[in-house]
Ligand binder design. Structure first.
Ligand code: PMM
Length: 266
């Protein structure tokens, strides 16, 4: 899944893709690089970010989604990164087919909207809310708590009328978690997927946990992202959400070749 942030304050692309044309052009590059989904978001969820009102969010994302829906082939899905039912509804009407909700469908209206449109949904775990989530994250057992939360959210989505095979769960790396929590979750993706009962999506691309290891340099952050892409796939994740799609696609293909050859030789 390629990240298309249509925000002026995105920490990872410095707001360079704020203009519709630039966002569409960037998204099409990600599709050409092998993305199977393009995740379009108009509101930053990074820690401490200010909320964006519905009208501004719609101004940012609807034109981008409309243009992308007309431009990409059937093999590429358009996803909208939102927690707001009104934004989800407009995005689905404009051609998106997936809603990526970082609150895991806490708002029943958002789940009902997804169900109404026969759309897919990504349900992510977050402790607290973006403004305050990094102040004092606490878990007794992060794998059990995140896994059980995701299972409960999947059940709520199914009750709301969303098909189970249209649901993906996400442990929410960096969302109300310390570096230690993030590492424990990444090391237990298989157990998390089992607890959630649906495939997992993982987003680590360019995040703070990597900056803490390799520093701010973008190239180094993309290299470190690649390490987490490989780790995520080895641990059983189904999808990774990344900025640099071509590197992750190449790594996934190499991983596949190496692992397949290894199994055939055994
Ligand atoms: N991370 C961000 C935004 N949306 N959605 C999902 N499902 N998973 C994530 O990890 C996630 C997300 C924040 O990162 P960005 O600002 O680079 O998009």
């Amino acid at each position: 899944m390629g990240i298309v942030n249509v925000t002026p304050d995105s920490f990872s692309d410095g707001g360079r893709f704020f203009a519709t044309d630039a966002a569409v052009g960037h998204a099409l590059e990600l599709a050409a690089a092998g993305a199977v989904a393009l995740d379009v978001g108009g509101e930053s969820t990074r820690p401490g970010a200010d909320p964006v009102d519905v009208a501004e969010d719609l101004r940012r994302i609807v034109p981008v989604i409309g243009e992308l829906a007309a431009a990409v082939g059937a093999g590429v899905a358009i996803s909208v990164d939102t927690t707001k039912p009104e934004v989800a509804r407009a995005a689905l009407a404009a051609g998106a087919t997936i809603v990526n909700d970082v609150t895991g469908g806490r708002d029943p209206e958002l789940l009902a909207t997804v169900a109404d449109h026969d759309a897919g949904v990504v349900l992510m775990h977050m402790q607290g809310e973006p403004r305050t989530m990094q102040l004092a994250p606490h878990y007794d057992d992060v794998v059990v708590e995140v896994g059980d939360y995701l299972a409960a959210r999947v059940d709520a989505a199914v009750v709301a009328g969303i098909a189970r095979d249209a649901i993906v769960a996400d442990p929410g790396i960096g969302f109300g978690k310390t570096a230690h929590h993030n590492r424990v979750l990444l090391a237990h993706l298989g157990e998390l997927a089992e607890r959630a009962g649906v495939p997992l999506l993982v987003g680590v691309s360019r995040k703070r946990m990597l900056v803490d290891i390799v520093g701010e340099d973008l190239d180094a952050r993309d290299d470190a992202t690649l390490a987490t892409t490989v780790l995520a796939f080895v641990q059983g994740a189904a999808i990774v959400r990344v900025h640099d799609v071509s590197r992750s696609v190449a790594a996934a293909a190499w991983l596949d070749t190496i692992a397949t050859n290894g199994k055939e030789a055994a």
